[in-house]
Design a protein around this ligand. Structure first.
Ligand code: AMP
Length: 220
């Protein structure tokens, strides 16, 4: 099963994509995480992506598409993938479709996690992320048990450098201008599933699983 997760920054896409990928035993390709990983390692890719990420704008397609195409030909992607943060514009969506044809596969479903703009701004403002396992927390709505420490792995929590007000605004602008047209693109293929992204993490995960025709284990 090959599923694309669409959603604005702060919609909970990363959290849900990671959970659903684990539950369905699919590979999880998160382009933002791949770029941040490259920054940690200081690779050539990191140098190419850094200035775009800092400004909250998209890394050029030729860099991003090349990175994803290399990743999807890895053995762990054979049984399916959850794409998280990719594609983010029409050119990327078309490149992905073409690559899937080359692999004799196709995108099966597209999950659009919909959250109001007001809620997105609130969420992104107080977001803290675990440096080790990437679990996100929020100062108000989902604080960690111990300040600055991840509940799951004890890792240090940090605020993303692009979660500052001016960059948040730019990232939302980029989403509505460049990524939102994909809602229409995938809706025409009949693959689009819209899921309300407000509520508890587990509740939203159940909504997503049932939208894609899978049953998830209840956790609470
Ligand atoms: P994210 O973690 O998905 O919010 O991504 C963080 C940043 O990485 C974005 O603001 C972009 O600068 C870059 N990025 C992530 N995914 C893509 C993509 N598919 N195309 C271009 N840039 C991307």
């Amino acid at each position: 099963m090959y599923v694309v997760f669409l959603g604005a920054p702060g919609a909970g896409k990363g959290t849900q994509a990671a959970e659903v990928a684990k539950e369905l035993k699919l590979a999880h390709i998160a382009t933002g995480d791949m770029f941040r990983e490259a920054q940690k390692k200081g690779t050539e890719l990191a140098l190419q992506a850094k200035s775009y990420m800092e400004r909250g704008i998209l890394v050029p397609d030729e860099i991003t598409i090349k990175m994803v195409l290399e990743r999807i030909s890895a053995p762990d992607c054979k049984n399916g993938v959850i794409f998280d943060g990719f594609p983010r514009n029409l050119a990327q969506a078309q490149a992905l479709d073409k690559a899937m044809v080359g692999l004799s596969k196709a995108i099966d479903k597209v999950v659009y996690i919909k959250v109001s703009e007001e809620e997105l701004l609130k969420r992104l403002g107080g977001r803290w992320i675990c440096r080790q396992c990437q679990t996100p927390y929020h100062e108000v709505s989902s604080p960690p048990k111990i300040k600055g420490k991840c509940d799951k792995c004890g890792g240090e929590l940090y605020q993303r450098s692009d979660d500052i007000p001016a960059t948040i605004k730019e990232r939302l602008k980029v989403f509505f201008a460049q990524t939102a047209p994909l809602i229409d693109y995938y809706s025409k293929t009949g693959k689009l599933l819209e899921v309300a992204g407000e509520g508890g993490v587990d509740e939203i995960r159940q909504r997503i699983l049932s939208a894609i025709g899978k049953k998830g284990a209840r956790r609470s």
